[in-house]
Design a protein around this ligand. Structure first.
Ligand SMILES: [Zn+2]
Length: 237
């Protein structure tokens, strides 16, 4: 009983229909979903399920199950219990997700301006950050902001590329993140390509063209430890 991950092929799906496979303490499992589950520093989606009788079930969070192709939708407290086999209309909180997509893609671009191993990262709807293993003196907010916005202004289309585990093993330079290795064992790994700028393993949701980011500003740069110099960014609007 796995879930078809519709967001992986089309991050712009705001609604879809799906059937309930199972309801457990940990969440609701569907046969297909547009809800992204928490992972890779990107939070799980929120939104609603609409039942055939029109009743709305608020979804407060989305998490992975025991395997990556199981997605658990966590209902808000006090909502009615769904029945396996039931047909639903899914709606994600698009405004929140689109902000996450813009910030997530902005972090890919920023990681090509600060040339250093990435030791951490996180995204929320209003800001995103990457931690770098770098000397603090080499991080200049103005230069990072300007360099990132110059790349964004190139208005390049992004694309998803799949490679085999063996191809990834042969190209270790693709993996910038020291703390998180891309999932292996499925035989293939998903990469995000921003042609001419970035190519790295990533399972998250991204905008179709980096122009959609608009522009970013560096909110702050902070020392979070020996190997974690944190650069926090936000969208300019
Ligand atoms: Zn990504």
């Amino acid at each position: 009983m796995t879930t078809e991950l519709l967001f992986r092929d089309d991050a712009y799906l705001k609604t879809a229909s799906a059937r309930v496979l199972a309801v457990t303490d940990r969440g609701i499992q569907l046969d297909r979903t547009i809800f992204y589950p928490l992972g890779g520093g990107q939070p799980g989606d929120t939104g609603s399920f609409v039942r055939e009788n029109g009743e709305r079930i608020a979804i407060a969070d989305t998490r992975k199950g025991d395997t990556p192709d199981i997605v658990l939708h966590v209902p808000a407290p006090g909502t009615s219990e769904l029945m396996p086999g039931e047909l639903l209309t899914l709606e994600i909180d698009w405004q929140r997700r689109y902000s996450l997509m813009r910030l997530h893609t902005a972090l890919h671009v920023m990681s090509c301006v600060v040339i250093a191993p990435v030791s951490g990262g996180n995204i929320s709807p209003d800001k995103g950050r990457l931690d770098f293993d770098i000397d603090m003196n080499l991080l200049n907010a103005e230069a990072i902001e300007q360099g990132t916005n110059e790349l964004i202004a190139r208005r390049i289309g992004t694309r998803t590329v799949w490679i085999t585990d063996a191809e990834l093993d042969a190209r270790p330079e693709l993996v910038k993140t020291m703390s998180v290795q891309p999932p292996r064992g499925a035989g293939r790994v998903r990469l995000l390509e921003i042609p001419g700028i970035d190519l790295q393993p990533c399972g998250g949701t991204h905008v179709g063209n980096i122009a959609e980011i608009g522009a970013i500003r560096v909110v702050r740069i902070r020392n979070e430890g020996k190997r974690n110099k944190r650069v926090e960014i936000a969208l300019k609007e």
